[in-house]
Design a protein around this ligand. Structure first.
Ligand code: 1YM
Length: 685
């Protein structure tokens, strides 16, 4: 279909968008679900920048039934005047030119960049259509862009202006920008925006931008449908309004990241009622942090740079940790809480049970690491440390915080005592037993190959399945570690208790990379750590326990994508005479396989790994060419954190409710839904 389009007259602009069409992955990382959401975040980022600069305090995101999405803010509106160089409107420049930034000076700044920050033109280039409406200085302006097939060039042209920016009415005192677009389904493998993904990110952005109101409306579902999905019994199914009203939620946090820390600690036993919060600036680096300790034993730091999560850490986290250690040791000495002759606390002592949110804003960010979520700017470290020290000093000087700081020091004293006792116990054990790996000999069937990047460790539920796996494996690169009972649930346990557990110790020494703060990915013996448990409740529980352990004590292992779930089939479909044998991993596949095998089929349901022969286990679950392996990644650390606390911690109420709601373990286990699954050869990679 030939469309009317007006000639922008600037070839280089079109070539820019062409490059995006040609290699979308270069600009948005992937053309899977992640990339799809990325083009939404580009538009949201512009609205967030406008709010961060103090011109907007409201953002509305709307998901439509037709698959399109809109973002609106109440800021100044994208400039409508003609750009002197390109002779087209500011709106057109923003949506057709790559990296069209604003006019930044000391009053206006943009901290986008890094992961996002490729600009709104990328969204335009990867959309079927995109419409913009700007309200500015009394006038309403509109402009549309389309993608169409160019017969002459024999290719799709995208992001083409339909007409120049045009005045379409009066808007009175209203001001702001509305962008509505339809992702191109010939670019993305999936064009379904995921409500939970959008919700999580917008909630996070609301926490990170104190006082900003963000509303999300999903016209694809009603209030009641959403309540039913959430298992919310309190909402009346007969609520007439809720039956027609689209689902809508508003986020607004007056306390910003202090509210974030409180939210993360909901339902936990807190050492002091209010999180400590401070905001400061040093050398052009803006630092904000919130801290609240709980009765738990691990450290939970959620860090962000320019509103982007940095689960792999980096120099800002080093500065943060350094600042806490330095200030709190000074405080303890000044207040005679450490005796003159005694050594300082270690950083770990102060961070036992800490929940912290760190948000840093800076220019020219450099992201590094396996998933490009590690801050690589060394110059960030000292300013962050210095703001943290200054902030904690100021907070400690306030009379109302005295009790809080005393509690923190008391907790550190407990942690130090346990640390010293554990060290002594370990030294004695070592002397007695020369080395802990002795216990390993009987258990681990180690592979002969010495290349960690090729090696796989199967952690197998039960001795019997372990034995089968040992027969089935390829000795060169596959190691088998059978687990006898259930390993210890490490949630609510301190490191010394965790280390006293034999199953856990065996896993730690097999991996060879240490544990907790000493964990070192470079020493890892296996680049694939595969959990192999039965497809029943016990197996599900063991899987949760192991994932909780990795999440709490070997987080870099999970972040770097080394953890996998092995998926044994649930059914065998076969013929008595042996002329057919097929395997199915779920009910849907079972139906397909039954049809494939045809008349006279028999079905065997596997209740456990132990029922399989070595040959079957190899074919279905261990052979890299045929198995069904899924990678565990933490897409949303906050969701995973919440899920683990509910499932594995002491919130009994939440756990019961969760298990009731997700009683069908085979079909969908909601834990796995949060700690996201990825197929081994997903297009996202
Ligand atoms: C729903 C998406 O894009 N809002 C938005 C964008 C801009 C401005 C205001 C803006 C920025 C500046 C001056 C400036 C942008 N403008 C530009 C550019 N919401 C959304 N709201 N006036 C208005 O940065 O100086 C890029 S984004 F380049 F034209 F200035």
């Amino acid at each position: 279909m030939a469309q009317q389009h007006y000639d922008a007259g600037d070839v280089t602009i079109l070539e820019g968008l062409d490059a995006v069409r040609l290699r979308p992955g270069m600009y948005i990382g992937s053309t899977g679900s992640r990339g799809l959401h990325h083009i939404l975040w580009e538009i949201v980022d512009n609205a967030i920048d406008e709010a961060a600069n103090g011109y907007a305090d409201k953002i509305e995101v709307r998901l439509y039934k037709d698959g399109s999405v809109s973002v609106e803010d109440n800021g100044r509106g994208i400039p409508t005047d003609i750009h002197p160089k390109t002779k087209v409107s500011g709106v057109q420049v923003v949506f057709t030119q790559l990296h069209a930034g604003g006019k930044f000076d000391e009053h206006n700044y943009s901290f986008s960049g890094g992961l996002h920050g490729v600009g709104a033109s990328v969204t335009n280039a990867l959309s079927k259509w995109l419409n913009v409406r700007v309200n500015k200085e009394g006038d309403t302006w509109e402009m549309g862009f389309r993608s169409y097939y160019d017969e002459k060039k024999q290719k799709v042209e995208s992001g083409i202006p339909v007409a120049p920016l045009k005045k379409t009415g009066k808007c009175g005192k209203a001001h702001g920008t509305l962008v509505h677009f339809m992702p191109d389904d010939t670019v993305f493998s999936s064009v379904q925006f995921q409500l939970s993904t959008v919700e999580h990110r917008l909630r996070e952005l609301a926490f990170l931008n104190m006082g900003l109101t963000i509303t999300l409306t999903d016209e694809r579902i009603t209030m009641n449908e959403h309540a039913a999905q959430e298992g919310d019994d309190e909402v009346q199914q007969l609520d007439l309004l809720g039956a027609t009203q689209p689902y809508s939620v508003t986020y607004r946090y007056e306390g910003g990241i202090a509210d974030f820390a409180a939210y993360l600690n909901e339902g936990k036993n807190k050492l002091y009622p209010q999180p400590l919060y401070y905001k400061g600036e040093r050398d052009g680096i803006f630092v904000e942090f919130a801290i609240q300790h709980t009765g738990e034993f691990t450290e939970n730091l959620f860090s962000f740079v320019n509103n982007i999560p940095t689960p792999e850490g980096g120099f800002h986290e080093m500065g943060f940790r350094g600042g806490i250690t330095r200030m709190l040791n000074d405080y303890a000495r000044d207040n005679k809480l450490i005796k003159d002759k005694d050594p300082n606390f270690l950083g770990d002592d102060f961070r036992e049970g800490i929940t912290a949110v760190l948000s840093v804003k800076m220019k020219n960010v450099q992201f590094e690491g396996q998933t490009k979520t590690k801050l690589g700017n060394p110059e960030a470290r000292a300013p962050v440390e210095s703001v943290v020290v200054e902030g904690l000093r100021e907070l400690a000087a306030a009379a109302k915080n005295k009790k809080t700081f005393d509690e923190i020091i008391k907790k550190a004293q407990g942690a130090a005592r346990v640390r010293i006792a554990a060290r002594q116990a370990k030294d004695t054990a070592r002397a007695k037993n020369s080395i802990d790996s002795l216990q390993l000999v009987g258990k681990l069937a180690a592979c002969s190959g010495r290349k960690p990047e090729l090696n796989e460790l199967f952690i197998v539920e039960g001795d019997s399945a372990g034995g089968t796996a040992k027969q089935a494996r390829v000795r060169q690169f596959q190691s088998i570690l059978p687990l006898r009972g259930k390993p210890l649930n490490v949630e609510k346990k301190r490191l010394d208790q965790v280390l006293a557990n034999e199953e856990i110790r065996t896993i730690i020494s097999a991996l060879g990379a240490g544990v907790g703060n000493d964990f070192n990915l470079d020493k890892l013996n296996y680049h694939k750590v595969i959990i192999l448990s039965d497809a029943d409740q016990d197996g599900f529980h063991i899987r949760c326990i192991l994932l909780t352990f990795f999440f709490r004590y070997m987080r870099p292992l999970v972040n770097a994508g080394h953890v996998y779930i092995g998926m044994p089939p649930l059914y065998k479909v076969y013929k008595q005479n042996g002329s057919a044998e097929e395997y199915a991993y779920d009910e849907e596949e079972l139906q397909q396989k039954i049809e494939k095998v045809g008349r006279g089929y028999l079905v065997q349901r596997y209740k456990g790994l132990g029922e399989m022969s070595a040959e079957q286990l190899w074919r279905t679950t261990m052979d890299p060419m045929r198995r069904n392996l899924t990678q565990v990644t933490i897409e949303d650390a906050v969701a995973a954190e919440d899920m683990i606390t509910t499932l594995m911690g002491d919130r009994v109420e939440g756990r019961k409710e969760f298990l009731n709601r997700n009683a069908n373990f085979n079909k969908e286990d909601a834990f796995m839904d949060k700690v996201k699954f990825k197929k081994e050869a997903d297009d996202e990679e």
